[in-house]
Ligand binder design. Sequence first.
Ligand SMILES: Nc1ncnc2c1ncn2[C@@H]1O[C@H](COP(=O)(O)OP(=O)(O)O)[C@@H](O)[C@H]1O
Ligand SMILES: [Mg+2]
Length: 296
Amino acid sequence: MSTLYESTLRSLPLLGRGKVRDNYAVGNDQLLIVTTDRLSAFDVIMGEPIPNKGRVLNAMANFWFEKLKHVVPNHLTGVAPESVVAPDEVEQVKGRAVVVKRLEPILVEAVVRGYLAGSGWKDYQATGSVCGVQLPPGLQNAQKLPEPIFTPAAKAEMGHHDENITYDEMERRIGTELSATIRDISIRLYKEAAEYAATRGIIIADTKFEFGLDNHGKLYLMDEALTADSSRFWPADQYQAGTNPPSFDKQFVRDWLETQPWKKEPPAPKLPDDVVVKTGEKYQEALERLTGHKLD
Ligand SMILES: Nc1ncnc2c1ncn2[C@@H]1O[C@H](COP(=O)(O)OP(=O)(O)O)[C@@H](O)[C@H]1O
Ligand SMILES: [Mg+2]
């Protein structure tokens, strides 16, 4: 099976390319989302594809959508991606694409944190809170929080960094009612997922959800869900508060990038082959651990 850095479907109109996924229109009310093997770190797209990453992410998201569909409806339609493209394009979508309801994206990313990590840990050290949520004093790096917290972010335009916002700011942007619904659903999704992942030896330290509305104003979970790109996954057996846990996600690449003289602006440094291979393995290991199944 080949890697795919960028899809080139001619049978459907291309709507846009995100950092990782390419979106095509299927009729007026559906999208074909193709998860490529691109990797973005610090919101910059790396030049090298990561073998199998797209298929791993697609399988992970589908796994969680199925598992959590009783909590909130999701954007999946069940339409086979192979059925909406030309025969010679099937290879580009096989195992890495979904046909979804085309929704109006809510421009607030729903971040839930069960542990202190990354920008949350930095924020806490500086302010004693994370995105305006006050936390008890004396917490360590990677420590489990007393309760998962909801810390929204504003979805940035391509090439910019998502920006953390307070819950009040979220309410100003999308209203109090929708904010509360999204917050409560996100916390529930996180808790159920984290509880399941724990039985598989994985800690979900934090994660990000995206939601959208259909033209009746009905709310759906969309985009990807609980993948190694949208979450921090830590192996539970190596977890220790106070230290940076190893991870099953792109933290491995981030750590390598931090050793490079690079300003986190395009172009990214060229990833060495061993970093590419190791990263691919991390993503696959995450899928296998979580689901108990290897990639088909
Ligand atoms: N059901 C949907 N309806 C409309 N837009 C969607 C849907 N699901 C995902 N998207 C959007 O498609 C894009 C997926 O590409 P991605 O590579 O994740 O982009 P980004 O660089 O914004 O993270 C995102 O902008 C996401 O918000
Ligand atoms: Mg995205």
